[in-house]
Design a protein around this ligand. Structure first.
Ligand code: ATP
Length: 375
């Protein structure tokens, strides 16, 4: 399997810059997800790695070898796009073995590799069935088998589940991740769906307008967003943004809001006068009569065990995810308590998170990713 390294990659179409200057490494065996809204440059980046598009500038290395100018067929990478057609007149075995037959692989080897692939995908009992008789999930598995059987160095997938309905999509998400765990193949997966990214990725690279906003583990991206864009893009509902004016200094551990002060993780950097933003996730807001920070409820969304309240404050709208048995009503004014140690302070203009103690806490892997969210 392989490590993919991308150095200062840039792609310009006429006047339009699709990818600005991307540098990142996909580790050997990693499930790496590129996530971002439509048009942010994900597909263009993937196509350059696949060898389907030439970069305007930059280099692509596959296991240390410069493949920037190599054709797709010379890169030993398999790619899958939105649902891949099967050959309807062939059975499962013939479909899976097709790439090997094209390469002229000896018959005995084809047989063993097809059977090994089918067993990995748990479709060995279907090998002699015509694909036209298969259910949707099994067809998908056959298509995957056709990509896997070549044993490429890496897999590139561009929204492979995009055309599926929600239920089937969830099933295939689990299945793709399970398959990855069994194979350990380096995988680059492109999606605009944050839930898909969060549930599958070892690391996520969030892109916007051709720029990498953040590259980190799903937990880090959720807990310690590097930018307001990431904070807004990840999470449902996304992080609420409360605006305030003023200056902040290194060592400061509260910010002014509603005439009082809200404690925040100790800031490690300051900002001279300007627009500042306090970011808070809905699950880090509770209702508290004792709090001076107050707002009026103007929306309620019942979600079973919890409800999401939309509350208007003097600093902007805030969402609170509270238990459903909190009996409140639209129009009511409530006190709000914010979970201080989880708050993020952003500089409003550039939308970058200011370094604070929040960004020094270890993540799930136990490593101290001091610079993770900002690097
Ligand atoms: P989507 O999910 O919609 O495909 P994306 O993030 O994958 O979005 P890209 O397909 O990489 O985005 O496209 C990035 C930008 O580059 C888009 O604005 C697109 O219109 C533009 N672009 C892509 N390919 C070309 C091309 N061949 N010629 C001109 N512009 C292009």
């Amino acid at each position: 399997m392989a490590e993919i390294e991308v150095r200062k990659l840039r792609k310009v179409f006429g006047e339009f810059i699709a990818v600005r200057e991307s540098s990142f490494t996909i580790h050997d065996g990693e499930f790496f997800v590129m996530l971002g809204p439509s048009g942010c440059g994900k597909t263009t980046t993937l196509r350059m790695i696949a060898g389907l598009e030439l970069p305007t500038e930059g280099e692509i290395l596959l296991d240390g070898e410069d493949v920037t100018f190599k054709r797709a067929s010379q890169r030993d990478i398999a790619f899958m796009f939105q649902l891949f057609a099967l050959y309807p007149h062939m059975n499962v075995r013939q479909n899976i073995s097709f790439p090997l037959r094209c390469q002229g692989t000896p018959r005995a080897e084809i047989k063993s590799r097809v059977e090994e692939t089918a067993s990995l995908l748990r479709i060995d009992h279907l090998l002699d069935q015509p694909v036209s008789r298969l259910a949707g999930g099994d067809r998908q598995r056959v298509a995957l088998g056709r990509a896997i059987v070549r044993r490429p160095k890496a897999f590139l997938m561009d929204e492979p589940l995009g055309a599926l309905d929600a239920e089937f999509r969830e099933l295939m998400t689990e299945e793709l991740r399970g398959l990855h765990n069994r194979m350990g193949a380096t995988t680059l997966y492109v999606t605009h769906d944050q839930l898909e990214a969060m549930s599958m990725a070892d690391r996520i690279m969030v892109m916007n307008h051709g720029v990498i906003e953040q590259l980190a583990t799903p937990q880090e991206i959720y807990d310690r967003p590097a930018t307001m864009f990431v904070a807004d893009f990840i999470g449902s509902p996304s992080m609420s943004m409360l605006h305030f004016e003023g200056a902040v200094e290194p060592g400061q551990n509260s910010v002014p809001m509603n005439g009082s002060r809200i404690p925040v993780p100790t800031l490690r950097e300051g900002r001279a006068n300007g627009e500042l933003v306090l970011g808070v996730r809905p699950e880090h807001v509770t209702l508290s009569d004792a709090s001076d920070f107050r707002g009026e409820i103007f929306g309620m969304e019942y979600l079973g065990t919890t409800q999401v309240l939309t509350i208007q404050t003097h600093h902007g709208t805030i969402k609170a995810r509270v238990p459903s048995d909190n009996h409140v009503a639209v129009g009511e004014t409530v006190g709000l308590e914010l979970r201080s140690e989880r708050l993020v302070v952003f500089e409003g203009e550039k939308g970058r998170a200011l370094k604070s103690d929040l960004y020094l806490t270890p993540d799930r892997s136990g490593q101290n990713r001091r610079e993770g969210a900002h690097g």
